[in-house]
Design a protein around this ligand. Sequence first.
Ligand SMILES: *[C@@H]1O[C@H](CO)[C@@H](O)[C@H](O)[C@H]1NC(C)=O
Ligand SMILES: *[C@@H]1O[C@H](CO)[C@@H](O)[C@H](O)[C@H]1NC(C)=O
Length: 358
Amino acid sequence: MHISRFFQDNAVLTLGLCALAAAMPQKLVPRQSTWNPPSNLVTPLQQVWDHEVATYSNALGFKNYGYDQVMANGGYINYCVRWDSASNLTEAQRAQILTALQRSMKKWIDWFVGFDGFPYTSVPVKIVGYAVKSTSQLQGSTSGYDVYTTKDSGGIPECDPRCGRFFHQDGNYGSCPGGTSRHYDMSLWLTDGFAGGAGGDWGQRIGQEYFMSNLNTDNIHILLHEMGHTFALDDFYDWTPTGVTNFIMLAGSSTIITEFDGWMARDWWRHLKSRYGITGGTATTTTTSSSRTTTTSTRTTTTSSRTTTTTARTTTTGSSGGSGSPLYGQCGGVNWTGPTTCAQGTCTYSNAYYSQCL
Ligand SMILES: *[C@@H]1O[C@H](CO)[C@@H](O)[C@H](O)[C@H]1NC(C)=O
Ligand SMILES: *[C@@H]1O[C@H](CO)[C@@H](O)[C@H](O)[C@H]1NC(C)=O
């Protein structure tokens, strides 16, 4: 069975923001209601699609992409935040986290609005819960949130699996204490000292320090990239499509979602829409419940992929032994026990918890 798209992007995404921002064209992209990409993107889009279908184990059978989540809900997304951090969070910070998530998700959703039968003009994002090490970390009022202090098998704060879409892809939240309205589709997993990011059907994981220091950044580019994975998009570590060099899914090459990224995502929508009973170009159509079927074996496989990826991260960031950390690897921070020199690049201070080879 297919496993979820759980990508470990290591630290590639933390490449020089300023240089990239300057290099990126910020042009307005005309909205199109049907599949009609600009002629220069036709070939690379076809290459990407063919590559995805050939390399994903069940590209068109997997049923927990971001599209499936939006459609199953009838047009909204609920998040639970896994606060995998020693820091406290004020009420004001939590409000900013929500705003940052809403702004970032909208940047993807806007590519679907008005396109090829996508039935919503906006997809509201809510945070329904926080998982923390201790409830005392959440300062101020927590009304409106479910607060969890339970942990996953790795000891990391986890939102109640009974309420998570990842664990209930049949859409049945009968065992969730707050019911369907308090279920969460994705997690935003914020981890102290985490380099780069990971994304998949379960949500996105990025460094706590990176995210909290970029709450007011218009394009929180690592988050945008990881959300791209949630919407089924691939990485480009080993090849690049013809003629396109800067786009958010090509890690480190763009800080914004480009026209190419948008059309790659639209390609998924146009191929998946029939599972929601959408056939025409501009219809407002409701979800079919048959789109939410999923097998137990899918979930089991997906769960194991999370463990695998966590292990891969450790390997990537701490395995270079005496020769120093690799490019983009960690090279310092409070309680960091790995190398403090760089095999490639210069050890660059980011904050007390994290220095990186850049
Ligand atoms: C977090 O808040 C608690 C309770 O208000 C306080 O006792 C603790 O010192 C704070 N911790 C940090 C790291 O600020
Ligand atoms: C560093 O390690 C000490 C001793 O184990 C611990 O008390 C402290 O909380 C750690 N600091 C961080 C930031 O993890």
